[in-house]
Design a protein around this ligand. Structure first.
Ligand SMILES: [Zn+2]
Length: 156
């Protein structure tokens, strides 16, 4: 999916789950991090685009990394502020994998290997993706507008 979909849906979901304000920023960053990882890794290659196409949506898009990071953040080992930020970041990355799972290309079943899983609901950048985003935004507005307008969120 496009980054606007990843970022919007992840932040709307985190807001609806009453995450603190600082966490929403981390969610926003985490929601595109799996793609950023693939881009940074490809940048070291002679043929950047080719390397990106070969490595995109592989290991970085396995849900287990992000679920493990989220559980670790919930263990409370780092302190309240880092745990809040890490929880948000992991949540954002996890939603990234869930949303990419809806596309025809899908995501890996295991961190290494070729087996993939896809719900085949839409193609990246298609009308169906933007319709999905519009429905999410409408549902968010219908269910969260009071909280959004009052912005009654703790910072951490
Ligand atoms: Zn992705």
């Amino acid at each position: 999916m496009k980054w606007i979909t990843h970022q919007s849906v992840a932040v709307m979901a985190a807001f609806a789950l009453h995450q603190p304000l600082a966490s929403l920023a981390a969610v926003w960053a985490g929601s595109v991090f799996p793609d950023v990882l693939d881009q940074k890794r490809a940048a070291f290659s002679f043929s950047r685009q080719r390397a990106f196409n070969q490595s995109h949506r592989r290991t970085s898009h396995w849900f287990g990394w992000w679920l493990t990071l989220w559980v670790f953040a919930h263990a409370g080992c780092l302190g309240p502020v880092p745990d809040t930020l890490l929880t948000g970041f992991a949540f954002g990355a996890f939603t990234h994998v869930l949303l990419d799972m809806c596309t025809t290309k899908g995501v890996p079943v295991l961190p290494f290997g070729g087996r993939r899983f896809s719900l085949k609901l839409c193609r990246t950048g298609s009308f169906a993706e933007y319709a999905f985003l519009a429905v999410c935004a409408a549902l968010f507005w219908l269910t969260q507008r009071q909280a959004l307008l009052s912005l009654d969120l703790p910072l951490f």
